[in-house]
Design a protein around this ligand. Sequence first.
Ligand code: TYD
Ligand code: MG
Length: 451
Amino acid sequence: MARSRTTWRCQQCGYGAPKWLGRCPDCGEFGSFVEESAPAGVSGAGSADARPRAVTRLADVVTEDGQRILTGIAEFDRVLGDGLVRGSVVLIGGEPGIGKSTLLLQAAGRLGDSGVPVLYVCGEESLQQVRSRADRIGAKDGVALLPEVDVTAVEATVLAERPGVVIVDSVQTLFDPALDGVPGSVGQVRATAARLVRLAKTHDVTLIVVGHVTKDGTIAGPRVLEHVVDTVLYFEGDADHAFRIVRAAKNRFGSVSEIGIFEMTGTGLAEVGQPSGLLLAQRARGVAGSAVMATMEGSRPLLVEVQALVSPSYLPAPRRLSVGVDSSRLLQVLAVLERRAGIALGSYDVYVSVVGGIRVAEPAVDLPLALALASSKTDRPLPDGCVSFGEVGLTGDVRAVPHTDARVREARRMGLERAIVPDPQGRALPDGAIPVSTLSEAIGNVCGTDR
Ligand code: TYD
Ligand code: MG
């Protein structure tokens, strides 16, 4: 077979060159050249065949909904949107060592147990390494391993074996022999991923592809692939915490607001179905600067502890440090506390943190954050059993956020009866919820009025 020609193409302007160039002579961009392959014998791009093609009426298209393959790991199935859709391609991104291979081997074991044959393409680890991990997590039969990095061989094996699900770990180790670039380069990752996607779509193969990302997300991998796959999941969490969160960044077959919560244990990833209890377990009661927030992760309420420490500053520009909360939210809450609630923290260092390595991105964190800060400043603990949520506006008003009922219910389930919630403007509130319409009112309610 004739070897394909390859070209290097500038990703900014499309300029083609026979070899890699550091700077594009056409548009002047640096480092923008990516290798591309053109099949041998084809000159120029585009098709010369001008015959009209058959079109399909939208109403005549048969949908394949309902053909879902459940992995048997409920937290994983939830993020996928109720299992894997047949013939779809799922990309799982995450930093090295976060637990991608562990999760997928566990899923492979479960799928194998339920009679879905799985082909696990292990380009990163030897068969022995995969086996010893499988022994740890208890994955057993029904999983076939393929230690291969050549994408052509992977395609051929998939077509010969016809497994129910193919797992490729990882896309950075695969290479297309038609291209010169090293495995893991942008050109190789794109080309191999495109071939895998084509394989999945033309032969109805269900594919899960692993891709590594580093903290800044710049390394070739998931970011350049997001648009070619059906579903993109990111594995988050840091090595210092046991919690691992799988979050959907894109899902053609489900919601992107769902998350799956796992805990890394000595025997693989354990599902955390009721995370609130775990997150609040170590909470010290009766300590100033701690507030419990009811946040939403997808459709599920989750209770987390927001901590604040306010301490006199000896610096010309006092410190403001935040972990798990957006730092601009903190600055805004500090300004509102000073101007609208009379709590001035300009000469104090301020540290805030959400416990357990959780990140809270929703505006509803404003109220618990403000209460934790006020509590730390006044050195008065919030009352036992107090939980809060609500967005704080620049005028010091507390604004409603969605899912009030679910949040209050979760708090009651965990034994927190005193819920400080935004005034629902005439709508009914669940039992035990205390409506507040301004930040001062909320602080007066939980910290007492004299400051
Ligand atoms: P791994 O799945 O290899 O990460 P990735 O494929 O994302 O690079 O996970 C590796 C980490 O998980 C490693 O630090 C060891 C730890 N681990 C456990 O703590 N318990 C286990 O049962 C397993 C299999 C791994
Ligand atoms: Mg791995």
